[in-house]
Design a protein around this ligand. Sequence first.
Ligand code: NAG
Ligand code: NAG
Length: 308
Amino acid sequence: MSIWTVLVLVAFAAGASAQDCQCNTMKWANCDGTPCVCTILLGDNIRQPLNCSSLIPKCFLMKAEMYRAKKGLSTRTGGKPVESAFVDNDGIYDPECESNGNFKAKQCNNTEECWCVNSAGVRRTDKGDKNIKCDKLVETHWVRLQLTHKPVTTPLNANDLKAAIANAIQTRYGNFDKSMVENVEYDADSRMIVVDVKKPIGNRQHDLANMAYYMEKDVKVLPLFKDDKVKFAPTLGNQNVEMENILVYYVDEEAPTFTMKNLSGGIIAVIVVVVLAVVAGLLVLFFAKKRQDRKYKQAQTSEMATMS
Ligand SMILES: *[C@@H]1O[C@H](CO)[C@@H](O)[C@H](O)[C@H]1NC(C)=O
Ligand SMILES: *[C@@H]1O[C@H](CO)[C@@H](O)[C@H](O)[C@H]1NC(C)=O
């Protein structure tokens, strides 16, 4: 082998490895060097190294997103996007992350007002002052993904839907155990697919929050993956079912501790109706009891009358 062949081979290998140095799970990452290291900017001069073989922790993603928004950097690439979709993104704040990418249990969004969050970084207590106590990070062990799909040409077969969704989640969101997709319900008229993803209480291996966050971005804005042209679209029969909306409900290992004043009007209305129903039920019972008592008394008096 001539020296030139070797040189060409070396150059080729270098080129190939440079091409391989990219972060498939995060399009905003910067990758460089041999060995390839990928980082993301979380603040001025704060470069967080990333493990691009798995989904990036949501806390890092939110922090990067806040930083990019502050810097006026696009949080989307190549889209024809309505800016409102991002602002609309429920409750984004500048989170405090642990070094492993977990959320700190207490979050203050750089203000004097603080609250406690779950492992998905979602507020689970009332807001309080700086001295609020959050003993630990409570794990989200169940997410309900309420998806609406785009119109389809062939009606979807509800029986095949569960397997299709579970497969799509497992392949797209990296080694996700598809047996955790527990329940899928479908309403063809409203095009709504409700997916329950649950893990056993105590399981810390799988992170439902990251999966749900990647899916939210897939559906609402643009994918966070390097390849942001391909979206989450389960395959059913010979069509790819694209989604147009998503709502995520979080269920934690411990119930949240919101108080009434933070409940929304809808929930308050439901509570009022339930209370009214209970009161009505009690009244019915009360009067029924009274009537019975009266009958009993009457019976007693007539009995006494016959005895005497
Ligand atoms: C990166 O993630 C993969 C997949 O979850 C894991 O196997 C690997 O140990 C991680 N690497 C580091 C350096 O944490
Ligand atoms: C966090 O702070 C930013 C501005 O600093 C604000 O726009 C955002 O609404 C705050 N988020 C929460 C959840 O308080």
